[in-house]
Write a protein that binds this ligand. Structure first.
Ligand code: TRP
Length: 353
């Protein structure tokens, strides 16, 4: 083999409703990457039981994320769409990675610290090992690129650390079995079994903030539904939420620099730019100096025209759960073929008969 073939993997947890932040920050990028890469898009149901074990309707949430993928334009025939628990090799490789990763690495993860809160002793062991399962998701397919929000950067670094330690610790065995793939690590050319996966974090709206507080991320767990635009909101709801979005009393600035220190203005301009697929400077050139009372209706129209077709299609797809299950079953089979081939090599490398 010469170099790792470019491959994209990403995962979304089936917890809560998808919102504009997930759409602009993740799903829309997943759609675009289909043109240039082989992609696997996974609903990571095993991750969703790390923070909270019992969910009211986990299966329904898994179907709903799948429906959002399909409605946004992910092609489940050309690429692979599936849910994680269908491919048992995710958990199998995660176990091996639990023995590669060090407890100290896990303890340093900011997401773990945030989610575990003050009472770390009482967090599930799965929550601590979450990044190891995430590394397994990615490396099971030897994915080279992972589109994620910037909050996942640290987990991607950890994925690289796990790949590198595995490659190093087993280098003799990998070479003996002829399973090494040449790759560049810093200045050096080395052979490794797992690639050092790169995050793909770009675009003007990687961080979509709350409509009620421009300093907080838009979140499915915010108690106020007015703080976010859900992918399932209809045209009236979208327009109403934008009308009620928090702003400051000044008109929009004449320059992009003028957005500094005005988080709400910056967020709304960022959302406009992302939805219109135009640079912020362009949006400012058009709306700079104008009051929010003029900008908001334009933003609402844009949001409705971009999102309403997705939410309509999502509702249509969700009305046929059996069809969603067929998509996931077929995607799972195709994913598993790749996963089994990787695990066969991993077992040979580790010495598991
Ligand atoms: N941790 C990711 C998030 O919370 C979800 C995830 C799990 C993921 N496995 C992944 C993302 C693999 C990218 C690749 O958003």
């Amino acid at each position: 083999m010469s170099e790792f073939a470019p491959r994209v993997f990403s995962g979304v947890q089936p917890t809560g409703n998808l919102h504009l932040g997930n759409y602009l920050g993740a799903i829309r990028k997943f759609v675009a990457l289909q043109e240039s890469h082989d992609c696997l898009y996974c609903v990571v149901d095993l991750h969703s039981i790390t923070a909270q074990l019992v969910h009211e309707d986990l299966a329904g949430q898994t179907r709903s994320i799948t429906a959002a993928f399909l409605a946004a334009g992910i092609d489940a025939d050309k690429h692979i769409v599936f849910n994680q628990s269908r491919v048992p090799e995710h958990a199998e490789l995660a176990w091996i990675f639990n023995c590669v990763a060090r407890i100290g690495w896990m303890n340093r993860m900011t997401q773990f610290k945030d989610k575990a809160g003050k009472d770390r002793e009482n967090a599930s062991l799965g929550l601590l090992a979450y990044p190891s399962l995430m590394a397994a998701d990615i490396l099971l397919y030897r994915a080279t690129h992972v589109p994620v929000g910037d909050d996942q950067k640290q987990h991607l670094e950890l994925t690289r650390d796990i790949a590198q330690k595995f490659n190093n610790d087993f280098s003799a065995k990998i070479a003996a079995l002829g399973l090494g793939v040449p790759m560049q690590v810093g200045e050096e050319r080395v052979d490794g079994f797992f690639p050092l996966t790169e995050p793909l974090i770009e675009g003007p709206a990687t961080r979509v903030m709350s409509l009620k507080d421009g300093t907080k991320k838009m979140s499915k767990s915010d108690p106020s539904d007015l703080s976010r635009i859900n992918l399932t909101d209809d045209a009236d709801q979208i327009a109403r939420k934008i009308r009620k979005a928090k702003t400051d009393p000044n008109p929009l600035p004449e320059t992009v620099e003028g957005l500094k220190g005005r988080p709400e203005a910056e967020n709304l301009v960022g959302i406009f730019a992302a939805l219109a697929d135009r640079p912020r400077a362009d949006v400012i050139a058009e709306y700079g100096g104008k009051p929010f009372s003029e900008f908001k209706p334009a933003l609402a129209d844009l949001a409705v025209s971009a999102l309403a077709p997705v939410s309509t299609e999502m509702r249509r797809i969700e009305s046929d759960p059996a069809e969603i299950d067929r998509v996931l079953a077929k995607g799972g089979e195709r994913a598993r073929e790749i996963a089994l081939a990787t695990m066969k090599d991993v077992k040979a490398i580790v010495g598991l008969l």
